[in-house]
Design a protein around this ligand. Structure first.
Ligand SMILES: Nc1ncnc2c1ncn2[C@@H]1O[C@H](COP(=O)(O)OP(=O)(O)OP(=O)(O)O)[C@@H](O)[C@H]1O
Ligand SMILES: [Mg+2]
Length: 376
């Protein structure tokens, strides 16, 4: 059976980044990145400050020349094209609007340079202003707009030339938290409406998870993991990714029982072995880490019936975060386990849980299948 048209489209590779590196006088800002971007997707590059996100984006846009590798858009090598010749548009963090020009002239500027006929320009400006719901502000200057409105104008300007690829560097960087959250969803809606492929850069993991179809985690110039937000959260492939995306309990340990159907890992942080109900790639004696998300940890006053994966501890701290609370439970080893409990479940949670408070002796426990084994 043929794939539905939109599904087939989604899987069409539009941009190929092949072995791309950037060496700044001996510093490898981007290190041998291989990545395919699909048509129409929103892809977010995520990583700590200085990991090479902007440098990679600038190479895509043509502002920076790769030291090695190639960038192909729809099969065409971009190497010989100057930034303005590339069917892409990059929106900068500062928006870079012309302060002396009205909103409509800001948007029309690039189209005039391309010698588009006047009427066509007027139509296009109206179209993109409508798209970002800024028709009423056409005659204003940037300083007469709020941060969110300026951002919408910048986005409209980026879309005016109908680029095949939109590059966004920290698009929400200048906005406050509340406006950021609203604009994230708004931008996704606009991009989906236009159907443009988008590579965006952010250091905000929540933003990446909210907006992107797939995320790429960068660490010191290396693209260390690529996947859907859920994949990278549920199946991180390294300690770095596990710790970077959300919070995590990371038990350093050693593989002590290695069977086909299960393994056991001994950790100095725990008195009994971690039991994992499936085989892993490894050999006895191997050092590895086990990652367990706080929401996978149960907390109770009485000892759970399960044979494995439980530990006694003392509640040292409780952070109330509105939708959920995070319990910090100190184990005899000194290790602090984070257990996240949804507050919406409070009413249906047992009375016992309600009563858990600072200084209480509790048990933390987790299932045999929720732990992720990390090798690097
Ligand atoms: N023009 C340049 N010359 C020399 N080194 C540079 C240049 N541009 C960037 N770098 C270095 O390359 C590395 C990656 O920088 P980049 O701006 O790509 O990081 P980033 O991931 O975008 O960080 P941030 O989140 O802070 O914006 C950094 O160590 C930076 O100092
Ligand atoms: Mg940057």
């Amino acid at each position: 059976m043929a794939l539905p048209e939109n599904k087939a489209k989604q899987k069409k590779v539009q941009l190929q980044i092949c072995g791309v590196s950037k060496d700044f006088d001996g510093t490898l800002a981007v290190n041998n990145v291989d990545l395919d971007i699909y048509q129409g997707e929103i892809f977010a590059l995520l990583g700590a400050s200085g990991c090479g996100k902007t440098t990679l984006l600038r190479m895509l846009a043509g502002f920076e020349k790769p030291s090695a590798g190639s960038i192909l858009l729809e099969g065409e090598d971009m190497a010989r094209l100057a930034p303005y010749q590339r069917p892409m548009n990059m929106m900068f963090q500062s928006y870079a609007l012309f302060p002396h020009m009205t909103v409509e002239n800001n948007i029309a500027f690039g189209l005039k340079q391309d010698r588009m006929p006047k009427q066509q320009i007027a139509d296009k400006v109206a179209e993109v202003l409508g798209l970002v719901q800024m028709e009423a502000y056409a005659k204003r200057k940037p300083h007469q707009l709020s941060g969110g409105q300026q951002q919408r104008v910048a986005l409209a300007r980026s879309l005016a030339k109908s680029p095949k690829l939109l590059l966004l560097d920290e698009p929400m960087g200048a906005l406050d938290k509340k406006l950021r959250t609203r604009m994230q969803l708004e931008i996704v809606n606009i991009l989906e409406k236009v159907g443009v492929t988008c590579v965006m850069v952010t250091h905000d993991q929540e933003e990446a998870m909210t907006m992107a179809d797939r995320v790429g985690i960068m660490n010191a110039g290396i693209l260390s993991q690529v996947g859907s937000p859920m994949e990278v959260y549920e199946r991180p492939n390294s300690r770095m990714t596990a710790e970077f995306i959300g919070s995590v309990n990371l038990f350093e340990g050693e593989l002590v029982v290695d069977e086909v159907g299960y393994v056991e890992i001994a950790s100095d942080s725990l008195e009994s072995n971690i039991y994992i109900a499936h085989g892993i790639v490894g050999s006895e004696g191997m050092a590895l880490a086990v990652a367990i998300r706080p929401e996978k940890i149960n907390i109770s006053r009485t000892e759970p019936a399960q044979a494995h994966n439980k530990a006694r501890g003392v509640v040292e701290d409780i952070a109330y975060l509105g939708s959920h609370s995070v319990y910090h439970v100190r184990l005899p080893s000194g290790f602090k386990v984070l257990a996240s409990v949804a507050n919406s479940n409070r009413q249906i949670a047992s009375d016992e849980q309600q009563r858990i408070t600072w200084g209480d002796e509790v048990f933390v426990s987790w299932s045999d299948s929720c732990a992720v084994v990390l090798y690097s």
